[in-house]
Ligand binder design. Sequence first.
Ligand SMILES: NC(=O)c1ccc[n+]([C@@H]2O[C@H](COP(=O)([O-])OP(=O)(O)OC[C@H]3O[C@@H](n4cnc5c(N)ncnc54)[C@H](O)[C@@H]3O)[C@@H](O)[C@H]2O)c1
Length: 377
Amino acid sequence: MRLSVIGCGYVGLVTGACLAEAGHDVVCTDIDRERIAKLNAGGVPIYEHHLDQILAFAHKAGKISYTADVGEAIRSGDAIFICVGTPPKDSGEADLSAIDNVARQIAAEAKTPKLVVEKSTVPARTGLELSRALAAYSKNSNVKFRVASNPEFLREGTAVSDFFHPDRIVVGVEDPSSAAELREIYRPILEKSFRCPVHNGTCPPGHKAEFLVTTINSAELIKHASNSFLALKISYANVIADLCEKIGANVEEVTHAMGLDARIGGQFLNAGLGYGGFCFPKDVQAFIHLSASVGVDFDILKATERVNKQRIDRYFEKIRQALWVVKGKRVAVLGCTITKTLTRHCRTPMPRSFAPSGMFSASSIGIAPENSWPANW
Ligand SMILES: NC(=O)c1ccc[n+]([C@@H]2O[C@H](COP(=O)([O-])OP(=O)(O)OC[C@H]3O[C@@H](n4cnc5c(N)ncnc54)[C@H](O)[C@@H]3O)[C@@H](O)[C@H]2O)c1
């Protein structure tokens, strides 16, 4: 199928690359012209394991192309994946202005019917608003749009592997034809008929993705509910850690044993500095905001956020306890990103903890690459 991807960040580029590898013809676009120029020159603006390899292969095979002309990209695809950012406003509410801009561009540029797929993380009911916006912005043309929600669950650092081996592919639709079209787009992944870069060709048998067809509202809610639940698990483990310290238990023993219960599961049950990264903080905030806007008080989630915010202070308290006088001492911190294969560390707790409010009295602050500790440390 012919697919367009709008937004060449983590989600857009990985989606475009993997769907091209799966056999579709993909055109990617971004308002960032430098990013498009870099991609056209064979560069990859982000680091993700295997991404350079599949982009190079797909480009050579003529399955993927990049253009700074958004109109060209919009006209070329039967289905358009919206992968632009949805950052938080000061209130915590998701800023959907990039989605609205894209809706205007699609309405203005499309000459044939399109399936418009929101892959960006958006609050429930955004798809319905998008549908309304597309109809309003295109009122002078005869072009018809169908809207679908297809939330993305990939993790930065293992994004290509996650895209090719998902636990579930969720599609929220308004009509059966959209579900059928999306099933066709994902068929190579459901049937594992792509050349897997992670497993050097063929994936081992066993793992099978569920293809779930829901309403658009449900699909949007599934994404926020999933991320918020994982954040909640992390905060839960952190409160257990505080409790363990007070009563003399070992948090790793406790959470390990808890995680062996299949009903609980061990993932995201690790005590530490708290959650960070690009998605969890903003998605938790957006979910709290959405709940409040419809009169539901999501108290557990507010507590999740509060516990997370306290982690840095607790961390510094530990440093103070260990060092007594912090002034003039050097503190080595191992690991500054969320995962070891990640290149960006926005909103991760560690860079935040380098902020002057915490380390005002340490003698120097710096971030050194791995294997480059000063010799005298
Ligand atoms: N990063 C993740 O791990 C992840 C995982 C799942 C879902 N998501 C969600 O996916 C969405 C995108 O996330 P990301 O990490 O890829 O963001 P990103 O900031 O890395 O990329 C967004 C890209 O969209 C481009 N863009 C913005 N407006 C545009 C427009 N009008 N036309 C064309 N391009 C435009 C930007 O220039 C940027 O390159 C967000 O809603 C995010 O919450 C992210």
